[in-house]
Each structure stands twice: as C-alpha cells, then as structure tokens.
Design a protein around this ligand. Structure first.
Ligand SMILES: [Zn+2]
Length: 283
C-alpha cells in the first residue's frame, strides 16, 4: 500500500512538471493574442524613437512579446519612485526586442525589475563570485543579477528612449540576462549546437581583442567599457546592434551578422538609411 502511494505521488509530481510549461505556454499565447491596447501604441510612438523606425512585422512581434512581459514582470520602485504603467511599458518594450529568438516554453520567468529614479550609488565591493555583472561609471546606472533581477535608473532609460547612438541601458542589462540563461553570464548565450558555439567564440574573441587593442591606444570607436570582459563585450555590442547598427556593421561585420542570427532581427534595415543620413545622435 505504502509503495502504491509513493508511486502515485511520483506520478502526480511528474504530471505537474510536464503540465506547468504547457499551462505557461497556453497562458502566454492567450496574452499575446489579445488586442494590443491603443493607449500603449500611442505611448510607444510618442516616447520611443526607435519604435518609429520598426517595420510593421517587427512591431507586431514586439507587441505580442510586450504583452507577455507586461503581465509577467514584477517591478519595484526604489528610493521612493512610484512605478507607472508608462514606465513599465517603455522599459519592457526595449527589453522585448531581445526576446524574439528565446523560446517562451523554456522561459519560466522574466527578470524582476528594480527601478530607481536616478543613477544610484552602491556601497561595497562587487565581485564576480556573487554572480553579478555590474556597470560602473563612478555611479551605477544599472546592474544585472544572475538570479533574474535587473536594477535600472529611470532617468537614464528616459534619455535612451530619445537617442540612437549605441548606448542603451535596458538593452545592456537584458543582454546580460539572456547571456545568463545557460547558467553563466560569460558572453556566450545558449546556442543550439557546437558548431555555433565555435563560430560565436571565434567571431566575438577576435572583435573583443581588437577593441582591447584600440582601448590601449586610447582610440576605441565604441564604448571602451566593452573591453572589460567578454560578458560586457556582448552587452555593449548588443546596444550598438539595436541602436547604431551601421557603426557595428562597419567596424565588425561578422559580429553584426552573428547577432542578427542570434536575435533574429535586422536593425540595419530599420536604421541604416537614417543613420547614414544623420549620423549618431538624433534629437
Ligand atoms: Zn554590463
């Protein structure tokens, strides 16, 4: 009898484990199928420069992903910040760009977001042993934790919404999260096979070494922060990929192609012409 009960409990546990992803997938499919709120579309068009350049199919996919993330992301306002729906929408809309190639079935949860009104100061030493990859420019603009938590400064997010110049805090921190889905934030995300890992390592290592060389000579054409380590390199080139793809393509065409395959996006088609005409910052 006891053995029978153990067997029954085991069956129930296995059934629950199998059913959870199916239920999750159904729930997310239902969310994505809902009509995208008109008010959200207006906010995106009004406040987010990149959105205006997105082709219709990319907008559509982004909206679906955004609906899933809006319903499944916890936000906490820090230092007295009251997090509004608009703040959540504009933060997650940028993050959603990175998720086109991430399987929704495997993804149990989205990172929790701690939102500060401004750049924040963190006390004490931060080390890799804690599983932390941090961005420090005297003061902190953002952090990404292995345990699925990103810490962001709203005033910096607001600035990024209006510019297309290779700097984007949300993309940077979410790139760390995507890098970490395979268990380690090391600059190589989860890839389908060994051949792709080899290609990833070859292309990224060559570009990383080149940036390091340029930084040593004080003339890096991209943010020198990319030379910190391979994880930061991946996060920084992801920023350029989505917001200044023409520069990335000119400097490191193989990196652009690699990221285009990985993210399943072609920002050069959205922004290439605009950026050739206007160069860097757009107001
Ligand atoms: Zn970083």
């Amino acid at each position: 009898m006891a053995l029978y009960l153990v067997f029954l409990v085991a069956i129930l546990i296995i059934a629950a484990m199998v059913y959870a992803p199916i239920r999750r997938r159904r729930h997310r499919q239902a969310l994505a199928a809902q009509p995208f709120p008109r008010q959200w579309r207006l906010v995106l068009r009004e406040r987010w420069l990149l959105y205006r350049y997105l082709p219709v199919d990319v907008r559509f996919a982004l909206q679906r992903q955004l609906q899933i993330m809006m319903a499944n992301t916890e936000f906490y306002g820090c230092n007295g910040l009251e997090v509004t729906e608009t703040m959540r929408l504009l933060t997650l809309a940028q993050a959603a760009l990175l998720y086109r190639n991430i399987s929704q079935d495997q993804l149990a949860s989205f990172p929790t977001v701690l939102l500060y009104p401004d750049a924040f100061v963190r006390e004490g030493e931060l080390t890799d042993e804690l599983g932390l990859v941090s961005r420090q420019r005297h003061i902190m603009l953002g952090e990404s934790w292995q345990q699925g938590r990103v810490i962001l400064s709203w005033s910096d997010i607001e600035q990024d919404l209006r510019r297309l110049d290779g700097h984007n805090l949300v993309i940077h921190e979410y790139a760390h999260q995507i890098d970490g889905y395979d268990g380690s934030m090391n600059g190589a995300p989860l890839l389908p096979n060994e051949t792709q890992y080899r290609r990833w390592t070859r292309v990224m290592t060559a570009a990383f070494e080149d940036v390091n060389h340029q930084v040593q000579w004080g003339e890096s054409p991209i943010d020198p922060y990319a030379s910190t380590n391979p994880a930061e390199f991946f996060a920084v080139v992801s920023e350029y990929f989505f917001t200044q793809p023409d520069l990335l393509q000119r400097l490191y065409p193989e990196v652009y192609t690699l990221l285009a395959g990985f993210y399943r996006q072609q920002p050069l088609e959205w922004l290439g012409e605009v950026q050739r005409l206007e160069q860097s910052t757009i107001h």
